[in-house]
Structures are given as structure tokens and as C-alpha cells.
Ligand binder design. Structure first.
Ligand code: ADP
Length: 396
């Protein structure tokens, strides 16, 4: 069965076409800068590659182009759009409503719209992708896969903030957590590698956005992102945890709420501290060249991760394995080492050689033989997780 996976962002659409259950990627691509004069299309299949500059005014046009690429007489991967039986959509926020992936109905669309209040930058473009696919592929089963769903197993002690309870009742202010599809995927892989279906795991997704999740017997019990992705670890441009009073202090200094929002989301984190870049590769290089603030940014980044690992160790009591994934987690041995420095007492011991020789695109065990906790690098594959869920639901 051919399954198309769509990740529709505010100005981009990423897509991958899978043959299921073989889990084979038949084609993939990206449309960037939707709505601008020079939108950019990249596409790759076994039959060849296409790169083109074209004005793509909206997501509907974007989906039309994806379908024409997939059915291209020379480089296409299907002979007609009808071959695509299922479409899996990444949806960022599923509120408290969705604890797993679902077939998209009018009711589901209404709920996704409702949760746009909680994810105004993400859910509306996710919906645009859904609506365009519904229009052009009405016969295919459309499935929504939520970033928040995996974390719906959190208990109130983990998801409630200690603010007046009415705010939870009235506005649903609580921890939701994100990156759920990635954490779920790497945790399932780790369970298979451990040959232990009910494993206790700590999963570190370190990309541009970063989050860490405590998994007990396969279920998420705590996670670092919160009501929004701003909470928790230090990220590329997001602050992660701060004293909320900083916001009032800045407001007193004359910054508007919108400005403070932009400061914490776009001008903080690695970029804000270093003043150099939000890209870890640049920071590591700058730090090696003696740039002090780049060095401090890396230290703060790793120190925060280490604190969360300690906290989640306490939450779980027993930990079978720790997982690193995401662009930084998969690629950077030095960062992994810094995060785990001094955790021997917790039974977390890295094998230096294995860590330094781990390949970013392969699943690797990087812990020492005497480490009580196994340490894995596991490349994330949210698209495959979405394809698997969509295939399962499309068969029903
Ligand atoms: P996103 O969260 O946007 O999906 P990715 O998971 O692709 O992001 O991760 C992007 C991050 O990965 C960037 O900050 C980049 O610095 C980092 N990264 C990629 N390769 C390396 C590398 N070799 N060393 C350190 N960081 C890397």
C-alpha cells in the first residue's frame, strides 16, 4: 500500500511516499517559501531528482505540485494519485482530546481548529495541508498524527502547573509536551534493541527544538516541553526554563508582551547566549577558536540536559536505557559526553571510543560494558512512525 506522509508548516511542506508494510521510501521532497515570489521545490525518487523555482501561492497549490511530482511520467513514483491509499499528517497540537493517531473526520478537523488557540503557529498550516489533500485525494484515508499524543499518559502531578486550578479548568493550561512522535519512535526502537517491551527510558531529542522525556514501561510519564514548546531544555533560539518573573521584569522595563514572546522564542537559547549562532556546529567551531560565549552556551545547554536526566532518573527509579536523537543528539559525540559527565553514580557510563565512532544515521550502543544504563544513539524517523500509524488505520 502506498502511504503519503505530509508535514505542512507555515511556509513549507515536507513529504515522503512509503510503500507499506515494506517501509520503503519511494519518493520524498520539500516545498519551501510558500507564498513568496521564489518558492523552491526539491524532489527525489529512485527514478531521479527534480529541483525547481516556482511561485507557489498557497498550500493547496503546494499539494497539487506534490501530486504532479509523484505522478511525473519520468521521475514519478506512482502512475496515478489513486494508488495513494492513505495520507498521514503531522499535527502539532491535539490537546487533551487525542491520545493516539486518528482517521480525520469533520469532527477531528473541528478539534484541530479548536486547538489552534494553543498552537497558533502550527495547527493552522497543518490544517491547510489536510484540507488540500482532502480536496485532491478524497478517496484516500487521511490520518492525523499528533506531536502531543504520546504525552497524554502523563499524570496530573506531572502535567498540572501550580497555578490556580481554575486556569486548567477554564483555559486548559497544563503541560502537553511535544516531539511525541519522535520520542515514541526512538523508544520503540530502543525497546526492540533491549528486547524489553516494557522498558524504562530517558529519551533526549536534541535538534533545533530540544526535549527530553521519561518513559515508564513504554509510556511517557514526564516531558520537558510544556503548554508550548518553550519550556524545558535550552534550544537553538528558545530559552527553555526561566524564572517567570523575568517576564514581568522585562515588561516593567518597557518591553511589550509580543516583544518578550519574540525574545524568548527567537532570540534566546544557544543564539541568545552565544551571540554567534543557533546552530550547534557553528558554536562548537567558535568555541574551539576561543569564543567564550559560544563555550558558555554549550555548557549551559549540556548542564540543563544533565539536570533533566537526573530529575527523570529520580522519577523513574530504574532506567534501562538513555537515548540520544535529533540533529545534535545523533551527530555530536562531544555534546553527548558533556551531558553525561559525572553520572557514573547513576550507572551511566559512556564508552569513549563507541561514542566517538557512532554514525549519525545508524542505531548504535555507546555505553561502556559496565554501564548499568545502556546508552543509545537512535536516528529519529517521525515520517516512518506516521506512515506506520496511517497504514494501520487505513487497513481498518
Ligand atoms: P529540527 O529540530 O529542525 O528537526 P534537526 O533535528 O535537524 O532539527 O537538528 C538541527 C540541529 O542539529 C542544528 O542545530 C544543527 O546544529 C545540529 N547538527 C547537525 N549536524 C550536527 C553536527 N555534526 N554537530 C553538531 N550539531 C549538528
Amino acid at each position: 500500500m502506498k502511504i503519503l506522509v505530509i508535514n505542512s508548516g507555515s511556509s513549507s511542506i515536507k513529504f515522503q511516499l512509503f510503500a507499506m508494510p515494506e517501509e520503503k521510501v519511494l519518493a520524498k521532497g520539500l516545498i519551501e517559501k510558500i507564498g513568496e515570489e521564489t518558492s523552491f521545490v526539491t524532489y527525489k525518487s529512485e527514478q531521479g531528482q527534480i529541483e525547481a523555482k516556482e511561485k507557489i501561492i498557497d498550500h493547496e497549490k503546494g499539494v497539487m505540485i506534490i501530486l504532479s511530482l509523484l505522478t511525473d511520467s519520468q521521475k514519478g513514483a506512482v502512475s496515478s494519485p489513486e494508488e495513494i491509499k492513505g495520507i498521514g499528517h503531522r499535527v502539532v497540537h491535539g490537546g487533551e482530546e487525542f491520545t493516539s493517531s486518528v482517521i480525520i473526520s469533520d469532527e477531528v478537523i473541528a478539534q484541530i481548529k479548536k486547538f489552534s488557540e494553543l498552537a497558533p503557529l502550527h495547527n493552522p498550516p497543518n490544517l491547510m495541508g489536510i484540507m488540500a489533500c482532502k480536496k485532491f485525494l478524497p478517496y484516500a484515508t487521511q490520518v492525523a498524527v499528533f506531536d502531543t499524543a504520546f504525552h497524554q499518559s502523563l499524570s496530573p502531578q506531572a502535567y498540572l502547573y501550580a497555578i490556580p486550578f481554575d486556569f486548567y479548568k477554564k483555559y486548559k493550561i497544563r503541560k502537553y509536551g511535544f516531539h511525541g512522535t519522535s520520542h515514541l519512535y526512538v523508544c520503540r526502537r530502543a525497546s526492540l534493541l533491549l528486547n524489553k517491551p516494557q522498558a524504562n527510558l530517558i529519551s533526549c531529542h536534541l535538534g533545533n527544538g530540544c526535549s527530553i522525556t521519561a518513559v515508564e514501561k513504554g509510556r511517557s510519564v514526564d516531558t520537558s516541553m510544556g503548554l508550548t514548546p518553550l519550556e524545558g531544555l535550552v534550544m537553538g533560539t528558545r530559552s527553555g526554563d526561566i524564572d517567570p518573573a523575568i517576564i514581568f521584569y522585562l515588561a516593567d522595563k518597557g518591553y511589550s508582551i509580543d516583544e518578550i514572546n519574540a525574545i524568548l522564542n527567537k532570540r534566546s537559547g544557544l543564539l541568545g547566549i552565544s551571540g554567534v549562532s543557533n546552530d550547534m556546529r557553528n558554536l562548537v567551531e567558535a568555541s574551539r577558536k576561543g569564543e567564550e560565549r559560544a563555550r558558555i552556551a554549550i555548557e549551559i545547554f549540556c548542564y540543563r540536559i544533565k539536570k533533566y536526566i537526573g530529575a527523570y532518573f529520580a522519577v523513574l527509579g530504574e532506567v534501562d536505557a538513555l537515548i540520544f536523537t535529533g540533529g545534535i543528539g545523533q551527530n555530536n559525540a562531544f555534546i553527548r559526553e558533556l551531558c553525561l559527565k559525572g553520572l557514573k553514580q547513576l550507572g551511566i557510563i559512556l564508552d569513549e571510543t563507541k561514542n566517538n565512532t557512532a554514525l549519525p544515521t545508524q542505531e548504535c550502543l555507546i555505553s561502556a560494558d559496565n554501564s548499568l544504563v545502556k546508552i543509545f544513539v537512535i536516528p529519529t524517523n517521525e515520517e516512518l512512525q506516521i506512515a506506520q500509524d496511517t497504514y494501520r488505520l487505513a487497513q481498518q
